[in-house]
Structure formats: structure tokens, C-alpha cells
Design a protein around this ligand. Structure first.
Ligand SMILES: [Fe+2]
Ligand SMILES: [Fe+2]
Length: 180
């Protein structure tokens, strides 16, 4: 492990991409929960406290990566608006499909995110202790979100397409953001 100034140039670019994508992803997550809350406040009041708690986590995660980008004078993702708008739209559509779709959406996103975090952590553990700590700090919250989504939502036959679509779009958004 090394401090920031000792990081080799070839790793520096990859590490910047990792922090940038995570920062953008957290903005997406914030907007998903915001739009799901907008609908849930009227239609599914019982799940509002859980959604609010997860929104609080995502705001903290966003701050963690935002502070790290600022500290390192690293630019944000060019597609930040896409994450914000896409997240809001995804949250809105799933909420309109019902409370089960909200949980299936959470499960699908966090499954993809956790897979991604595992790779990031193994890479950062070798090359950047500070960025490793930042990514590691969000892991237990994301695991808890995935578990809530998996427990509260039933991923039955008619919900499998929602799971698949959300999982695939999250993967595409992550991939696209590593280019932007
Ligand atoms: Fe998060
Ligand atoms: Fe999350």
C-alpha cells in the first residue's frame, strides 16, 4: 500500500476512475430513493422509514467520495446529470410498479454494486490505502441494502424481468461512466 503521491501513473488513472464512478453511482442512488420516496409518501407509507434510512446512507456515501475527489483535485464524471436523471427515472418507474418492484430494484442494484465493490477493493488494497478505506466504508451499508431488498421483495416470475433490466442498466451505466 502506498500514499497518494507514491502511486504509479498507470494506477492513478484507474483509481481516479474508481472514485469517480462510485461518486456518480451514489448520486444515482440518492435520486432513486428520492423519487421512490415521493411516491411512497402517498402510496406505501409503511416503507418510508426504511427508504429514508437508505437515502441517508447514500448521502453519506456521496459525501465520502465527493470529499475524496475534492481532496485530490480530481474531476467528477462527465455523466453526472445522467446518473441523477436516470436514477430519478428508475426510482419513479419502479415505485409506480408497486412496493415489491422497489425492493426488487434495490436488490438488483446492490447485487451489481457489491460485485463491483469486490473488484475495486481487491485492486485498491494493492495500490491506494486511502481510496480502499473510502470504498470499504460503504460496503456494510450496501450489503444491508441488498439484504433488505432480497428479504422484503419477492423476486418471483413476473419480477424477474425487472431484476434483469435494472441489473443490466446498472452494469451499462457503470461501464459507460468509466469512459466518461
Ligand atoms: Fe451507496
Ligand atoms: Fe445502497
Amino acid at each position: 500500500m502506498s500514499c497518494v503521491k507514491d502511486i504509479k501513473i498507470e494506477h492513478k488513472k484507474e483509481i481516479e476512475r474508481i472514485i469517480r464512478v462510485d461518486h456518480a453511482g451514489e448520486l444515482g442512488a440518492i435520486n432513486i430513493y428520492k423519487s421512490q420516496l415521493l411516491i411512497s409518501k402517498y402510496l406505501y407509507k409503511d416503507i418510508v422509514p426504511e427508504l429514508n434510512e437508505m437515502l441517508t446512507h447514500e448521502k453519506e456515501h456521496f459525501e465520502t467520495f465527493d470529499n475524496l475527489l475534492k481532496k485530490r483535485s480530481t474531476r467528477t464524471c462527465y455523466a453526472l446529470w445522467f446518473w441523477a436523471f436516470g436514477g430519478f427515472l428508475l426510482g419513479l418507474l419502479t415505485a409506480l410498479m408497486g412496493r415489491n418492484a422497489i425492493w426488487v430494484c434495490t436488490n438488483a442494484i446492490e447485487t451489481t454494486v457489491l460485485h463491483h465493490l469486490t473488484w475495486q477493493l481487491s485492486y485498491l488494497n494493492e495500490h491506494d490505502k486511502e481510496a480502499y478505506d473510502a470504498v470499504y466504508s460503504i460496503k456494510s451499508d450496501e450489503e444491508a441494502h441488498q439484504s433488505i431488498g432480497a428479504t422484503r421483495g419477492s423476486n418471483t416470475f413476473m419480477y424477474k424481468p425487472i431484476f434483469f433490466i435494472v441489473k443490466t442498466s446498472t452494469k451499462v451505466a457503470i461501464w459507460l461512466s468509466t469512459k466518461l
